[in-house]
Write a protein that binds this ligand. Structure first.
Ligand SMILES: Cc1cc2nc3c(=O)[nH]c(=O)nc-3n(C[C@H](O)[C@H](O)[C@H](O)COP(=O)(O)OP(=O)(O)OC[C@H]3O[C@@H](n4cnc5c(N)ncnc54)[C@H](O)[C@@H]3O)c2cc1C
Length: 281
């Protein structure tokens, strides 16, 4: 198929890599964070004894354990239960196993909410080996008119819920660049370089906000940042501060949800307050 612009949004990037291989061009370098995670998702009718005022529940993992869960209401008056864990703590794919898994969570909230559920008609499992950032921005050349996109550039650990948001932001960037370049005489020239530069900036915050907690588990594979110990303590103190100060909590949520870059954590006053909490630990 002839086209001026081919966007590889195939999710894994292997189409672009197969093309690069076939013409003997270099492949992008990869940064890898191996997490070996599995999900089980179950859909069932909301139990009659469910608390009427719940909007959703999340139980986070408490290191060294990785078991976590979430319940969210979905269409058809059903709940979507998601269980997740890593390595030898992966959730099973059957009702009884899910109940047992829920019993082993950090708090009994999820187990108590689902223990009377009799029938689970839909249940699915999903495995995720690791986050992978393919550094197309470092390649010296890429065939003109070819543009890897979204997960084809960077696949994030889904536990942090970032990938769709990054893909949407990239779509916004691409729209802006295409609109600007359509007025230029040389059309698509330089599009990929401009896009990858902006995509790299977009990926930076979600990548690092996920990498730091992922690397807190010694089993996680990949190149740890040299300042990891400091960063773990910094984030632990940031979370403590967020629990006490609504403005810090809002800032943290804004970074997690990609509304602000992680550079806001360099604010001198915030750093000073975080260091006070670090010193108390
Ligand atoms: C379990 C899980 C939970 C997640 N939760 C969240 C979340 O809460 N929030 C969030 O923001 N992100 C989340 N994500 C990440 C998000 O789903 C992805 O980042 C996002 O879907 C990436 O979009 P994409 O278009 O790049 O790729 P995809 O959504 O993977 O789409 C790629 C499409 O290309 C198709 N395709 C592949 N090869 C070919 C081919 N050769 N020819 C034609 N079609 C092809 C595939 O079938 C697929 O439909 C989650 C991911 C997973 C796995």
């Amino acid at each position: 198929m002839q086209a001026d612009l081919v966007v590889d949004a195939s999710g894994h990037g292997s189409l672009t890599e197969a093309l690069l291989n076939s013409i003997g061009w270099p492949l992008p370098q990869e940064t890898w964070i191996g997490v070996d995670m599995a999900y089980t998702t179950a859909l069932f009718d909301i139990p009659e004894d469910a608390p009427p005022d719940w909007m959703g529940v999340r139980t986070l993992a408490l290191y060294p354990h990785s078991k976590r869960a979430a319940i969210l209401p979905v269409e058809g008056k059903r709940w979507m239960l998601t269980l997740a864990g890593r390595y030898d703590e992966k959730p099973p794919g059957d009702r009884d196993g899910c109940l047992m898994f829920a019993q082993q969570l950090r708090t009994p909230t999820v187990y108590n909410a689902i223990r009377h559920v009799k029938s689970v008609p839909e249940i699915a499992r999903f495995g995720f080996k690791g986050s992978c950032w393919k550094h197309f921005e470092r390649l010296e050349k890429l065939p003109q008119g070819l543009l890897p996109f979204g997960d084809a550039i960077c696949r994030f650990n889904p536990i942090y819920g970032q990938g769709m948001s990054v893909a949407a932001l990239e779509a916004d960037v691409l729209n802006r660049l295409l609109t600007a370049q359509s007025a230029e005489s040389d059309g698509l020239a330089g599009l990929a370089a401009a896009f990858f530069a902006e995509a790299e900036r977009l990926i930076d915050t979600p990548w690092w906000t996920a990498a730091i907690p992922d690397f807190s588990d010694p089993r996680t594979e990949g190149q740890r940042p040299s300042d990891l110990e400091y960063m773990l303590k910094f984030f632990a103190a940031l979370l403590k501060l967020a629990a006490q100060d609504a403005a810090v909590h809002k800032l943290f949520i804004e970074v997690q949800n990609l509304l602000k870059p992680r550079s806001v954590y360099r604010d001198p006053e915030l750093v000073r307050r975080i260091k006070v909490v670090m010193a108390e630990a």
